[in-house]
Design a binder for this molecule. Sequence first.
Ligand code: GDP
Length: 443
Amino acid sequence: MVLSDLGQKITASFNKLSQAPIIDDELLDEVLKDISSALLHADVNVRYVAKLRGDVKKRVLMEGEEGGTNKRKLIQKCVVDELIGLVSAEKEPYKLKKGKCNVIMFVGLQGSGKTTTCTKYAHYYNRKGWRTALVCADTFRAGAFDQLKQNASKVRIPFYGDYQETDPVKIAGDGVELFRKEKYDLIIVDTSGRHKQETALFEEMLQVEEVVQPDDIVFIMDAHIGQACFEQAKAFRDTVNVGSVIVTKFDGHAKGGGALSAVAATNCPIVFLGTGEHFDEFQPFDPSSFVSRLLGMGDLKGLFQTITEAMPLDKQPELLKKICKGKFSLRDLYEQFQNLQKMGPMGQVMQMIPGMSNMLPQGAEKEGAKRIKRFMVMMDSCTDAELDCEVVMSDSRQLRVAKGSGSHPAEVGQLLEEYKRMEKMVGKMGKSGLFGKGGDMTQ
Ligand code: GDP
């Protein structure tokens, strides 16, 4: 993931805190200096880094005065809160309204991933049961029409465009009118981009906005553009009524911090992250889940949302009950792997599970997915008693499983280590009471 370096550096600073015998002002300064330099390295805007450092220090000094406060926890909490603040916007994102025709207009520079993202967005809501349609009002880029048309047909979404017409405003107006008449729930309008911000682009955007009267305008921002994001986001926002942002190419090697902090500056919430070229490589953005994942703490909120979306309802209570009781066998791990495979891109799901993100070598989700398949083959060679953890996995048992699955005994050892780590984690989750008693999440 973009920013995983940042996450590792901040986690290392937290570890430094945990290991220090005394937490004095000097150590606090040192830790904040490390965190600030990691943020700057990730391209986070210097103004926000300075603010974060000052705010954490102020809060720690103030709240630390109160008796009984655990300073280590306080510093960690302040840093986490500030990071969440950095990627949050005060403004609520637009929520699609049921029973209404929602029109969403997409804007952004050429190459930012606008056309691909329109399709991902349409596909995402279509899978949730919304009747979605796409309109191509990009007459500037040769091939945009064909690209969106092909994308739309791949995900089976109705599409409107016109080869002959050169006026994007007319196409946008006609397309939206057509789909409004047909009572679509969600109409997505892809507009032209340019290589750089220029008057013609902004004028055209304004005219399209006027004619389609969108409920929301989504600004598409490429994670690679670093510090330049700030000015870019601001220019778009000052011209049209941008209400949300989607940051694309979050799967690459971009530093990413520039995009995230620029978004906070313009006060438009990030609503999704694009994490690959495929249409399902697209994740809703939630600031606290994002920061949890960044710091390797897992994202239980996101995980349960994904499970709710992807798993049959009657399966859920079982899983929750197990977690609540803090019980977890090798068979449960096997079932988890099976469920994960059903849930779409493995990397995305894995990062949401506390402790599981380690199973994925960095930036190599495909490798991680293969590794999980190998683990499953090993578990296929286990007996029922072994899967239910009723017997100790002795060396001879491990050797038998290795032989049976055609793997190296060391790999079986790795599987058992991963299992133990997960079991410990599930135990902690159960004790935390986070999920209520007996799997009732409403408690
Ligand atoms: P547009 O000019 O803004 O409409 O950009 P396109 O949608 O044509 O995308 C430009 C390139 O970026 C294409 O090669 C896309 O496949 C790629 N792209 C778009 N979104 C993502 C993403 O989230 N991750 C990656 N890796 N590539 C992306």
